[in-house]
Design a binder for this molecule. Sequence first.
Ligand code: F6R
Length: 242
Amino acid sequence: MRIIHAKDYEDMSRKAAAIIAAQVVTDPTCVLGLATGSTPIGTYQNLIKAYEAGDLDFSQVSTYNLDEYRGLSHDDPQSYHYFMKENLFDHINIDQANTHVPDGSDPDADAACSEYDRIVEEAGYPDLQLLGIGNNGHIGFNEPDTCFSKGTHCVDLTESTIEANSRLFDNIDDVPRQAYTMGIQTIMNAYMVLVIANGEKKAQAVHDMCFGPIQPSCPASILQLHPNCVVIADDAALSLCK
Ligand code: F6R
């Protein structure tokens, strides 16, 4: 695990975008694993800028997002599919048919999750998987647990995640209680994992991910075993790592 120290959110976002851009330039047909949430927005903005400057071509890139709320259709403004369109896909020349997010509108969780595993496996797993990290150490929506998960599955979101994500909803009661998420094993299958984190609220999770025991109570700690994991975090997120 390599830890790269960023000065602040902007610096973290530029550095992360530079690594993703290098991936796209060196392999224009690459598979990217993508994340939603507040953390990657600046990274996506920098990728859009590089695309607008003529430095990046996404026409042959395919993407697989980590997760989606159960019960939300792709065109629901609160869905992660919608988020990706708003924050990245609608601003670059990616073929929308090559973008993939679990189908939260499918009420059959087993069918939706096994179909997602099938297409991620068929794609050969991401060349680069971008991750944010939850305040409680979750990655994707793999919440603290007693064992590490394998493939895509349906999860009950914890109260702390529901509360953290409620800032994006009018009312905390509107936050879906379940989500479909790629499993830990699927995330570990990516050739490179790039974790980004900023802010004091992430400090404990970042410390436990990098230096804590490898245990499912901090799902991100498994990344210590990944052969090519890069963490880019700002001062505040690294404040407990000194
Ligand atoms: C989102 C995801 C989550 C977030 C995490 C951090 O696709 O997989 O694990 O990365 O909840 O969210 P933010 O960036 O909003 O702090």
